[in-house]
Design a protein around this ligand. Structure first.
Ligand code: CA
Length: 263
């Protein structure tokens, strides 16, 4: 099978975290507008913070715009977070996400080819052996697999989720809706891309966090995701999940980052 992997990264961090990330163009799209990254890539390169930040971003916009927006989001958030001076990680992260939002909007205004670009973003920060912080804007997701169960930690900023919350759409209708890709919040959008945050505590050994774009969760079910993540190490699980999304037609770019907490 032809399989274009845009990026593969794998950085085991001794004793605490094992993680992997994979981003794939999918079958139907001409280019990959998703991006991911982590401060864990700094390991051995003078990393200064004790925490690890992981990001997935799903860009949107015309040719060039979407890919530019998601890449800018990942790069700027990583850079600002590393440099951040606020002692509170949540505040540090908020400032980093808002800095990316401003920069993307500015770039979209300065270059007509980038007009209208935007991106989702989900972040996971392992703060210490007890707590993880999740942040998000848009419809990319973070799940937590713990033992036999999997929980979606984020709540999509999407029209569909809004209709479900209002009681005017059922989960069944949502699954087949043609308006799946309408999101209500984004970085680079007309309104400030305000992030939501969730603190997850306590952490348990064996917890796996999954960050992914809708190219995965739109075609692969929660049960399938949790089954694969439970039974495989992060890099193998990333590959299997991307392959499964492609087998389902790969209608969109597919990006998944898996972080296994194993102190
Ligand atoms: Ca997408």
């Amino acid at each position: 099978m032809e399989h274009e992997e845009q990026t593969t990264e794998y950085f085991p961090i001794p004793d605490t975290i094992e993680w992997a990330g994979l981003s794939d163009r999918g079958i139907e799209r001409q280019e990959n507008q998703d991006a991911f990254g982590s401060t864990a890539e700094d390991e051995g390169r003078g990393k200064t913070r004790g925490e690890h930040l992981f990001i997935v971003a799903d860009g949107m916009g015309g040719h060039k715009g979407g890919a530019t927006a998601s890449r800018m989001a990942v790069n700027i958030i990583l850079k600002e977070y590393r440099a951040g001076s606020d002692p509170h990680p949540e505040e540090n992260l908020r400032m980093s996400i808002l800095a990316a939002d401003r920069a993307i909007r500015l770039a979209a205004t300065a270059d007509t080819r980038l007009a209208g670009m935007g991106t989702t973003v989900v972040t996971l920060t392992i703060l210490n052996e007890r707590e993880a912080l999740v942040g998000h804007v848009g419809d990319s997701r973070v799940y937590l697999v713990r033992g036999d169960s999997m929980r979606q930690l984020t709540r999509d900023h999407s029209l569909i989720q809004k209709l479900i919350d209002e009681g005017s759409m059922s989960l069944e209708e949502a699954r087949t809706s043609t308006r799946k890709n309408v999101i209500t919040r984004a970085l680079g959008g007309s309104e400030v891309g305000k992030p939501d945050f969730f603190l997850t505590a306590p952490l348990f050994p064996g917890d796996s966090f999954i960050l992914c774009s809708d190219g995965l969760h739109g075609v692969v079910t929660d049960d399938e995701i949790s089954g694969i993540v439970r039974e495989h190490r992060p890099l193998d699980a990333c590959r299997l999940l991307v392959d499964l999304a492609r087998e389902r037609g790969g209608p969109d770019n597919i990006t998944v980052v898996i972080v296994l907490w194993k102190p």
